[in-house]
Ligand binder design. Structure first.
Ligand code: ARG
Length: 458
């Protein structure tokens, strides 16, 4: 009769529901490659200290490689007693190579094993997520580069504020993503800390060379304290915090684009590929892609905060609660990777209506420029702000645009107004006056584009 891996001290049977409750294979099988890689490195480590002969090491490595192939080819057959990916792989290894398979776990615990697998798996995923983020930034930068001519109102409080280039708005979101890219890269050294060789909690009694293990598996460093090694899941919390902030940026960008895609704004039209219709209203074309991006951010925050609640009350080292780190992390990785890809697709394919954006520019968004005009003639800004405000009020009373006021009107507000005041009422000129770093002028857009291009290079 089959025995559980840990069955020696047990006489009673596991309750069937408990058996199912305890099982994590259905989701932790995602880490099969990391688990095999960790075991291969560990077998080599054991051979180096004489626990395995060269021949035994070779047989175990060959066996593990064969198990790994079964996973890749989809032929691995899980058994009812496979509790998790670690027990499943060891069970299969022993079927393939016999009792020798039982030597692999010498000095090792699933506690250092699972922590190692998670870190190794996440390091691989970070590379994929990083690429997705760079691709998203790239599409935004290319689009911004091509559409520099398009002028639009920039908003604060969702009220028209000052003229900008559309590209300037798009790149404002790209700069948030660039910060996310930096933050993601900064996580890597903290994920890349090797727990293997920490044992259950008190370290490895067979003098296994942990620096060798780290090198074999491509880790930057080894956990310097075995209890920390098996206990720590900060790298999971931190990745989910990172993802929460990155999804905040995705969500805020989506919100801008949802607003701009309404008929009332009409600034953009999403491509059919990223929209859906209504089951009752035939005319509808809904921005579901953007709404899902906004909505999925909530799911990511939930995974993060749920895991932190599990994590915060745990006593030192391994507790089974930690098995609850996997589903949230996997879901966050999948959600964030898909979100970057969808956002990239939406931005690459949407239509931007430069004419509608330009039409939304009313002369009042040049009221700041009107105040600045008098500043250039030596009047203090606090005063010119009032004068310009009175000009806005006058135009409003007359139901005309600001530039339709006469020179006499302007003169009645301040004697420093001259004929050249009409030159203020030019949106392009307003944007081009903003030549300081960070402004929407062409020159400063070029600068932004080159900063972003170098951030995503290589
Ligand atoms: N499946 C477990 C997990 O995901 C592996 C570690 C089990 N260790 C233990 N002592 N029960 O956390």
């Amino acid at each position: 009769t089959k025995q559980k891996l840990w069955g020696g001290r047990f006489t009673g049977k596991t309750d069937p529901l408990m058996h199912e409750f305890n099982q994590s294979l259905r989701y932790d099988k995602r880490m099969h490659a990391a688990d095999i890689a960790g075991s291969i490195a560990y077998a080599k480590g054991l051979a180096r200290v004489g626990i395995l002969t060269q021949d035994e090491q070779q047989k175990i490595v060959n066996g593990l490689t064969a198990v790994g192939k079964e996973w890749e080819q989809g032929t691995f057959e899980a058994q009812p007693d496979d509790e998790d990916i670690h027990t499943a792989n060891e069970r299969r290894l022993t079927e393939l190579i016999g009792p020798l398979g039982g030597k692999l776990h010498t000095g090792r615990s699933r506690n250092d094993q699972v922590a190692t697998d998670m870190r190794l798996w996440l390091l691989g995923e970070v590379r994929t997520v990083e690429k997705g983020l760079k691709d998203l930034i790239r599409v935004m930068v290319e689009r911004a580069d091509k559409e520099q001519d398009i002028l639009m109102p920039g908003y604060t409080h969702l009220q028209r504020g000052q003229p900008i280039r559309w590209s300037h708005l798009l790149l404002s979101h790209a700069f948030s993503f660039r910060a996310d890219l930096e933050r993601l890269q900064q996580l890597i050294p903290r994920i890349s800390v090797l727990p293997l060789g920490s044992g259950a909690l008190a370290g490895n009694p067979f003098a296994v060379d942990r620096e060798f293990l780290a090198k074999e598996l491509g880790f930057d460093s080894v956990a310097e304290n075995s209890m920390y090694g098996v206990s720590d899941r900060d790298f999971i919390a931190e990745f989910m915090m990172w993802a929460s902030l990155a999804m905040t940026h995705v969500s805020r960008m989506a919100e801008d684009l949802i607003i701009y895609s309404t008929a009332e704004f009409g600034f953009i039209t999403l491509s059919d590929a990223y929209s859906t219709g209504s089951s009752i209203m035939p005319q509808k074309k809904n921005p579901d892609s953007l709404e899902l991006l906004r909505g999925k951010s909530g799911r990511v925050f939930g995974n993060m905060s749920g895991f932190l609640m599990t994590y915060k009350g745990l006593p030192s080292t391994y507790n089974k609660d930690l098995q609850e780190d996997k589903e949230p992390l996997f879901d966050v990785v999948d959600t964030v990777a898909a979100s970057f890809q969808i956002a990239e697709g939406v931005i690459a394919t949407m239509e931007v209506h430069g004419d509608k954006m330009f039409k939304a520019l009313t002369m009042d968004v040049l009221a700041t420029d009107l105040a600045d005009y008098l500043v250039r003639k030596g009047i203090p800004f606090r005063e010119t702000h009032h004068v310009s405000g009175r000009a806005v009020a006058l135009a409003e009373a007359r139901q005309c645009q600001l530039n339709e006021l006469t020179l006499q009107d302007f003169r009645s507000l301040h004697e420093k107004f001259d004929e050249d005041v009409l030159a203020v009422f030019d949106f392009e000129a307003s944007v081009e006056r903003r030549q300081s770093i960070g402004g929407p002028s062409r020159k400063m857009l070029e600068r932004q584009i080159s900063v972003l291009r170098s951030a995503i290079a290589n």
